[in-house]
Design a protein around this ligand. Sequence first.
Ligand code: CP3
Length: 357
Amino acid sequence: MAMMISETGTASHNKSNHGTKPLLRVLWGETIERTPLWLMRQAGRYLPEYKHVRSSAGNFLDLCYTPELAAQVTMQPIYRYALDAAILFSDILVIPDALGQPITFHESKGPVLKCLEDKEAVKRLSLDHLTRYLAPVYETVQRLLKVLPSTVTLIGFAGAPWTVATYMIEGGSSKDFSRAKRWMFEESSFEPLMEILTAATIQHLLAQIAAGAEAVQIFETWAGIVPEDSFHRWVIRPIATITEAIHERYPNIPVIAFPRGAGVHYEAFAMETGVQAVSVDSSVPLAWIVDHLQPHVIVQGNLDPSILVVGGNVMRKKAQRILDILGRGSFVFNLGHGVVPETPFEHVTQLVEVIHA
Ligand code: CP3
């Protein structure tokens, strides 16, 4: 087991209380009785109490930047379900916003940004005010520390540089990512953009940890569209750089990464990024995960979010199969991607029961 977190902690991040936190224990390489469980997008529109706060907050970014409300929404799934982690309520796209590429969220279109035009536009992005601009996010973390149950781990997060770059270049979500890929292949400003994003991600994650985040997750949602001969350069290398910077300052903070759709690249990703845990999407065969990933890292995943929409015995059987096959190794139960808005919230209770049984 390639556990690379050293024994020496910092004053604010030692292991003194990890004994009470099942997720942290597993991320630190311990074998424990019960598999820890949390869900990507566990706070969100499938919860009536989220929709209530969301409608009173104005726009989505206002919710992210209002510590009182962001902390409240982070805690909603924790009060409802016996989950082992709370994930900070924020978004991966606060980074372009803080770099000076303003973003808005539309009910139907999702995120909308003025797309990056050229080299000059990349030069105008500025790291100067990043952590000051994002101070409300760190204040949310501090508030959460005061209310979090002693068994629940607080996870901070950021998007990986490539995934965040796709939204910045395309001006929002995309069907084919052709503009982002063209930048990757030929645009001389792609490398400087990725450098700024790598530096911004490091600053943002370090500030979350300094505020009290106990683990971090890096979301590489669009790993699966990167051509194979670019995967190392633009997915593995930036995430390795970020992970190294975190461990240099905070050797005891586990890093989880989610290279969604990485396919056979998952193995190189697990071996070469230096992360403690890899979150696996639902397309990866369980037996392959046992042979190719669990020898190197802690694995997190990978129930299909649509099965959580179906619920009942169909879901119970599929969740049990994942537990039976992956639960013998170092494992954190999660979905293969985020909870979708049409999920009946009672199904999460059913899922927690399967994992706790
Ligand atoms: O509970 C949690 O997981 C914490 C909060 C969280 C959000 N977004 C809140 C959110 C996290 C960890 C994210 C990550 C995120 N954001 C990713 C990576 C994970 C993934 O799902 O692939 C990505 C790609 C984004 C970018 C993003 N944010 C998009 C494309 C959208 C619009 C589509 C959508 O799902 O609505 C968002 C908006 C967003 N982020 C919402 C939430 C709860 C919905 C906005 C609303 O309430 O109006």
